[in-house]
Design a protein around this ligand. Structure first.
Ligand SMILES: Nc1nc2c(ncn2[C@@H]2O[C@H](COP(=O)(O)OP(=O)(O)O)[C@@H](O)[C@H]2O)c(=O)[nH]1
Ligand SMILES: [Mg+2]
Length: 89
């Protein structure tokens, strides 16, 4: 099963924005699509490290989940092999 991580970024957050609802709407959207949200500024170096750390951390987490899922699949497959022949040989 292929999985993907989703990130929503409000970039250039150093720039003041008068639209008070904008941030709320972006966060709501991120939440709706199950994405991780960051406000970043390349210019002022805000949350750039945190963003990359989050990517690495969450990729590792996904890989671990995949490994655990594979172990469960192997267990089920081995179990059905045993059931069909009633023998391991
Ligand atoms: N104020 C501000 N300007 C930025 C930032 N990042 C990029 N820019 C400016 O946005 C313009 C487009 O740059 P680009 O690297 O293509 O960024 P993109 O707009 O995110 O694709 C350039 O004039 C950059 O100097 C930021 O974090 N803050
Ligand atoms: Mg660009």
């Amino acid at each position: 099963m292929s999985k993907c991580l989703k990130f929503v970024l409000k970039t250039k957050c150093d720039i003041k924005n008068d639209n008070e609802n904008l941030l709320k709407d972006i966060k709501k959207y991120a939440n709706e699509i199950d994405a991780i949200f960051f406000e970043t500024s390349a210019k002022d170096n805000i949350n750039i490290d945190a963003l990359y750390q989050s990517i690495c951390f969450n990729v590792e987490k996904l890989k671990l989940q995949d490994d655990e899922a594979q172990i469960r699949i192997n267990r089920i497959e081995n179990q059905s092999k045993y059931n069909s022949s009633n023998c391991w040989c």
